[in-house]
Design a protein. Structure first.
Length: 348
């Protein structure tokens, strides 16, 4: 019996069809598409997702304490000078939405407490701020204490995102105006790289006391009642994490005095070298460090990773596309009946 063996046409030496030998022609295009998608996704994260995550909170909901030892103040209730006191300044910051998504309305309530927890000072103010620059915006019923006509300007509680190594206007509620907050260097606080900014306010008349005080209380026993002025000066330093604009520590060397109209100092109303409580510094630097990590991932690591992966994937697609085209060009250069025609001519 004669057995006839049939082999697939045009298999060549490998016995594989041209389509199988060349691979799936769709794969290069799939890789090119994936590469483009990853690259666009990286740009989207950097240019849209990251910026949309910036913005100071609508409601900061925070309490920060400044403390001082060896402070002096004038007890207006007892009409006596107190020296060597422990002082705590407690500032609570709350907020509400502003008239636009980029605005927030913050209310600051500050109480100054003596060592026995009696309150010797109080301030309340409301300011609308730009959530991205930290600058005050005049709207929304702003006020400082009982002054509804106060128009606040400059920075108040936060620096802008990406704070620069330059001076900024910073609002002082005692002066009712902004004064320069000068860039003064770079240092590290609790492992966080920060910018240091300083502001100096020279002694300035800020208030005429409404009610005269007994002369004996201010070293003028020969006068029954004395009209007095309140003078104010301060040297303040803010340590600010620049990428998020968050102050992590504050120092305020503040001095307020009572003077008569001739400029003579009669009593020290308040004098203290105030510094942020160490526990609050720890909490603030931890919060700043978390933002730095988030910012690095969203602005650099993730976009770079997606972009790099997209480039590698696209290059792989281009390589396979060129290889596939080369194989098909070699295959198509040979006519379908070449092998059988040559065999017939040789008498096979």
């Amino acid at each position: 019996m004669t057995t006839t063996m049939t082999t697939p046409a045009n298999t060549g030496e490998t016995g594989q069809a041209p389509a199988a030998r060349a691979g799936d022609p769709r794969l290069p295009m799939i890789l090119l598409g994936c590469g483009a998608f990853l690259a666009v996704l990286g740009l989207l994260v950097r240019l849209h997702v990251y910026p949309s995550g910036l913005g100071h909170p609508v409601d900061p909901d925070e309490v920060v304490r400044l403390r001082a030892t060896g402070a002096s103040y004038f007890d207006l209730a007892g009409l006596r000078q107190v020296r060597g006191a422990d002082i705590e300044v407690v500032t609570a910051l709350r907020g509400n939405p502003g008239p636009a998504p980029d605005r927030a309305v913050w209310t600051e309530i500050t109480s100054t407490l003596a060592g026995d927890r009696s309150r010797i000072g109080y301030r309340e103010r409301r300011v609308a701020v730009d959530r991205f620059t930290g600058m005050a915006v005049n709207c929304c019923g702003e006020y400082v204490d009982n002054d509804r006509n106060a128009r606040q300007a400059g920075l108040s509680f936060r620096w802008p995102f990406g704070a620069a190594r330059r001076d900024y206007p910073f609002y002082d509620p005692e002066l009712r105006q902004a004064a320069p907050m000068r860039f003064d260097g770079v240092e590290t606080v609790r492992g966080v790289r920060v910018h240091r900014y300083t502001q100096r306010i020279e002694p300035t008349l800020v208030e005429e006391l409404r009610d005269p005080l007994p002369g004996a209380a201010v070293g003028m026993p020969g006068r029954a009642r004395v009209a007095l002025q309140r003078w104010y000066s301060v040297d303040r330093t803010y340590w600010v994490e620049p990428s998020g604009g968050l102050p992590v520590a504050v120092r305020e060397a503040q001095r307020q005095t009572l003077r008569t109209a001739d400029g003579t100092e009669r009593a020290v109303l308040f004098q203290a070298d105030l510094r942020t409580d160490e526990n609050d510094v720890e909490a603030l630097t931890a919060r700043a460090a978390r933002f730095v990590t988030w910012s690095r991932w969203m602005s650099v690591i993730i976009p770079a990773g997606l972009g790099g992966a997209g480039m590698v994937t696209a290059l792989a697609g281009l390589y396979l596309l060129r290889r596939t085209r080369s194989r098909f060009q070699v295959s198509s250069s040979r006519s379908p009946g070449t092998d059988t025609t040559e065999a017939a001519q040789r008498g096979w």
